[in-house]
Design a protein around this ligand. Structure first.
Ligand SMILES: Cc1ncc(COP(=O)(O)O)c(C=O)c1O
Length: 428
């Protein structure tokens, strides 16, 4: 008989030794690089994933279920349905919202309001489910959907709102909830950039009928790829469980009611809805359980970085707009977004090139104004107003890495380089 404990201990020791020798993601003053993201994981997560592989139980099972429970419990969500990406989480949420098994489901041609500053796969699931995206402008300070623009966008076919908590900054949920109640609209919160963010002390994702999160590699915590849908509505969670896996009853919490209703069909192969395969693997579940206890620390570091940069870069406020935390909100600070003002005496491309030459990676803010992305030309949608704030972000938006591996020295390096750029332009 093999001595599994001894063999596993040797595997873990090797993983640990490898990671100690190779996984130093911290900033080094003598070889400075500030990447958009650095891995949040190392030996603990890799060992947990290897354990799963060695067990050979690799597809969705107890590890995924365990992580779902832990995630729900940490934030006070009632139900959590893990899947294989934030995009899949959005797909599942919207698919459930239009599914005939869902009470008060949305119908083909119904409109859903989305902010212009959103990710592609915030909007695509609406299109893919025959809903019509209605695109509204953002508040230039918070970068989130402007509630007065949402109100203005509502028409006779409007049935829902899908706000995005941009860069971890919670939307004005007081105003949005008020609109949803008065206008009887369904709310789907895209929280894919906002793990660990709160509004009024309540976690984002808890306000709507369903909330979605992403555990992509570069996010606050990761399951490599991965996502999760959260809801307090049991039946809605059950529909998402069906749609996640082939329309099958296999993963339902209340399978019994279907097994009783269809005793003549093999209970192991009973299909009660349509579906996709959006299941997460056991590796992802195991990863999540190791990462979750580290999330608060990761978020705190991002908040500290933001506070210091806001203070130190404030002197360039005549050229840039900085994201402002929503009143009553606690942002989880996903990156550090800045938008060049239209009358600034330089182009954002020059600024980015200067930082990139100093090995500070940059990127635009999300996908810019989604309404001007060519894909939108192919599908029915409605644009409200001139989207001027979203256009400004598209033209002048830039962000650099703000994550758990950014420390005081990395912050100073970025701040110093911003100052150097201004000096080359004769502006300092
Ligand atoms: C707002 C928003 N929604 C959805 C997604 C999709 O998440 P994923 O990359 O896990 O598919 C992202 C990606 O980061 C995002 O920023």
């Amino acid at each position: 008989m093999p001595n599994n404990d001894r063999l596993l201990a040797a595997v873990h020791d090797s993983i640990r030794a490898y990671c100690e020798a190779n996984h130093d993601f911290g900033f080094k003053a003598n070889d400075p690089v500030v990447r958009l993201h650095e891995p949040t994981f190392s030996a603990d997560e890799i060992a947990a994933a290897v354990d799963v592989l060695l067990s050979t139980r690799v597809t969705m099972g107890p590890k995924v279920k365990g992580f779902e429970r832990e995630y729900a419990d940490k934030f006070g969500f009632t139900h959590a349905v893990m899947n294989n990406s934030g995009s899949s989480a959005n797909l599942l949420a919207v698919a459930a919202l239009v599914n005939p098994a869902t009470k008060d489901h949305l119908k083909s041609g119904d409109e859903v309001i989305v902010p212009a500053l959103s990710w592609s796969t915030t909007v695509w699931p609406l299109v893919q489910h025959n809903l019509v995206p209605v695109i509204v402008d953002i508040d230039p300070l918070t970068l989130n959907a402007d509630p007065s623009e949402i109100e203005r966008a509502i028409g006779p076919k409007t049935r829902g709102i899908m706000p995005v908590h941009v860069y971890g900054n919670p939307c004005d949920m007081g105003a949005i909830m008020d609109i949803c109640k008065r206008r009887n609209l369904a709310l789907v919160e895209d929280c894919c950039e906002a793990l660990g963010a709160f509004y009024d002390g309540k976690p984002v994702g808890k306000f709507g009928r369903v909330g979605t999160f992403s555990f992509y590699f570069s996010h606050h915590m990761t399951t490599l790829e991965g996502g999760i849908c959260v809801t307090d509505d049991f039946e809605f969670a059950e529909v998402m469980r069906m749609l996640r896996a082939h329309g099958w009853t296999r993963e339902l919490e209340d399978r019994e009611r279907y097994l009783k209703a269809y005793p003549h069909i093999d209970p192991k192969f009973l299909f009660v809805n349509v579906g996709y395969n959006l299941r997460a693997t056991e590796l992802q579940g195991a990863f999540g359980s190791v990462q979750l206890p580290k999330l608060d620390g990761f978020v705190e570091r991002r908040r500290e970085n933001t506070a210091v940069w806001r203070r130190d870069l404030d002197r360039w406020g005549k050229f840039f707009m900085f994201q402002t935390e929503t009143p009553r909100g606690k942002s989880s600070c996903f990156g550090f977004p800045m938008t060049l003002k239209a009358d600034a005496p330089f182009k954002v491309g020059e600024f980015m090139a200067f930082l990139n030459a100093a090995r500070i990676e940059t990127r635009p803010i999300i996908a810019g104004n989604i309404a001007v992305q060519p894909a939108m030309k192919l599908f029915q949608h409605r644009v409200v107003g001139d989207l001027r704030h979203s256009n400004r972000v598209m033209e002048g938006g830039v962000s650099f890495g703000n994550h758990q591996a950014v420390d005081e020295a990395a912050r100073d390096y970025v701040t110093g380089n911003v100052g150097d750029f201004m000096r080359t332009k004769g502006l300092a």
